[in-house]
Design a protein around this ligand. Structure first.
Ligand code: AMP
Length: 175
């Protein structure tokens, strides 16, 4: 497993000072450009879901859509998008949350999750954890049960895991 995680790292591009100075951006477009890397990443994410019942995959806009969709399709379950405000056409629930500077808002279709649904939450990167925490709150407010929060990578030095520590967390790569 460690060996595979190390293999996966080669497909992630580190971009210094993006989108602003001091941020080390983890670019997954180089991973998406590689069918081998994409298969390896999907395999790693799925390997931690064996014997777990998942009813729906919730993917976070927008980089959580890529592997969120692949996971849902592989598990043969619905994919549910969490989006920025004003994008989802039906009745939504809304959650605001704090970012390092300022705040943001996310939305989820109210009828997309039913009480008791077993939910896998997916995003590309767990950084400070504010985004994942907001999505956990929305899912739980609709009665969904979070089985796992699952990421391509987590940045442990930002301690985002503390914000969602009441849920199982898996990341294919840790930095
Ligand atoms: P956070 O709420 O701080 O955990 O941030 C998570 C969101 O911001 C994810 O949707 C990521 O796509 C994005 N993000 C945060 N930090 C980075 C980073 N260093 N590289 C790439 N994406 C990041």
């Amino acid at each position: 497993m460690k060996h595979n995680s190390e293999n996966l790292k080669q497909y992630i591009t580190d971009v210094p000072d993006f989108p602003k100075k001091g941020i080390g951006f983890k670019d997954i477009t180089s991973l998406l450009e590689s069918p081998e890397g994409t298969s390896l990443c999907l395999e790693l994410l799925l390997s931690e879901l064996k014997n777990k019942q998942i009813d729906k995959v919730v993917g976070i806009e927008s980089r959580g859509f890529f592997f969120g969709m692949l996971l849902a399709q592989s598990l043969n379950v619905p994919f549910v998008p969490v989006r920025k405000p004003g994008k989802l056409p039906r009745k939504v629930i809304t959650q605001s949350f704090d970012l390092e500077y300022g705040s943001d808002v996310l939305e989820l279709h109210q009828d997309a999750i039913n009480p008791g649904d077993k939910i896998l939450i997916h995003d590309d990167v767990l950084a400070t954890g504010g985004t994942a925490e907001a999505v956990c709150k929305m899912v739980e407010s609709l009665g969904g049960q979070i089985v796992q929060c699952n990421f391509i990578m987590k940045l442990d030095f930002l301690e985002g895991f503390k914000k969602i520590e009441s849920h199982p967390i898996y990341a294919a790569i840790s930095y």
